[in-house]
Design a protein around this ligand. Structure first.
Ligand SMILES: [Zn+2]
Ligand SMILES: [Zn+2]
Length: 311
């Protein structure tokens, strides 16, 4: 079994409270870690949930509002105490580079590992912004008061399997099977060329997680996130607050659920709740009326995406 999980570290909009901080999540894929948004108090939450910061490969920032970003200065500058050696990638909208550089310079932070910063400036399209052996990350625009991007983390499948029926019918040798697993085409004893994709398959389907915060109801979203296993979508307000949501460029829970329904996702997780709501039960009720498989983000919640057989 390989891992794919989402750990919620913060769910509030705008302000942290005793019960939770603002937006922050850690995604674990094949034991590798990726942070999405970095609300103030991030370091305490990493400690509380025993998340080892040296295992974070990349930090994805949706936008530069403080409730998604102000945990980053502490997280970055404290690496001095953790003997990190491996490079760290930070991705976010234009301005993220200046933000990081100013923090590191003015605080005289001593960083002895490489920080790679990728600034996003693209328009309507969804593009791949990060890749390693375990995941591919794409970014697409959201519609908020300042430039904001959503992210999709897609699992990379470790290895190809060779179809048993083809091994028999083509009488593949051990060497040919090895070649096929490396991605090569093969030539049979009769001189027939067999293309690689005819012989291999993945035992599993790649798992996908999409993150959309902050944004108004945006009709473009289903084209970016269609069919993902889990969607996190902001739901700052309950019904009746549509005007306020539009003014502040946020969504209601019904709008979030509508996006989930139109996108055909497996599960919807809503969060980024306005601090005006003490009891969140109504978010669940309203969300489930539109999209049944809705759950509430809660600090400490871990959502596991199980492996999906490719049959
Ligand atoms: Zn926010
Ligand atoms: Zn915002």
């Amino acid at each position: 079994m390989t891992s794919f999980s989402i750990k919620i570290l913060g769910t509030n909009a705008a302000l942290p409270e005793e019960s939770t901080i603002t937006s922050a999540q850690v995604i674990t894929v094949h034991e590798q870690m990726y942070v999405i948004d970095c609300g103030e108090g991030m370091q305490s939450k990493l400690k509380l949930y025993k998340i080892r910061r040296n295992r974070i490969n990349a930090i994805l920032i949706s936008h530069l509002h403080g409730d998604h970003l102000f945990g980053l200065p502490g997280l970055l500058t404290s690496y001095v105490h953790f003997q990190r050696k491996t490079p760290l990638t930070i991705i976010g909208p234009a301005g993220i580079r200046e933000f990081c550089e100013v923090i590191l310079r003015l605080s005289h932070a001593f960083i002895n590992f490489e920080i790679l910063i990728i600034e996003l400036t693209h328009g309507d399209e969804k593009i791949v912004v990060y890749e390693d052996l375990h995941v591919e990350v794409s970014a697409f625009p959201l519609n908020h008061r300042i430039p904001t991007y959503g992210y999709i983390i897609t699992e990379k499948l470790p290895s190809w399997n060779v179809r048993a029926d083809k091994i028999v019918s083509l009488q593949l040798t051990v060497d040919q099977i090895k070649a096929v697993k490396r991605g090569e085409d093969i030539v049979t004893a009769e001189g027939l060329t067999v293309r690689n994709e005819e012989v291999v398959y993945h035992k599993w389907l790649p798992r996908r997680y999409a993150y959309c915060s902050d944004t108004v109801y945006d009709e473009r979203l289903p084209s970016y996130i269609s069919g993902v296993d889990v969607l996190y979508h902001e739901a700052t307000y309950l019904s009746g607050m549509e005007e306020q949501a539009m003014d502040r460029m946020h969504s209601t829970v019904v709008q979030a659920a509508d996006i989930a329904r139109l996108s055909g996702v497996g599960k919807l997780v809503v969060g980024h709740f306005s601090v005006r709501y003490v009891d969140k039960t109504e978010f669940l009720i309203e969300g489930r009326e539109v999209f049944e498989n809705t759950i509430l983000a809660e600090e400490g919640l871990e959502i596991i995406i199980n492996e999906k057989k490719n049959d």
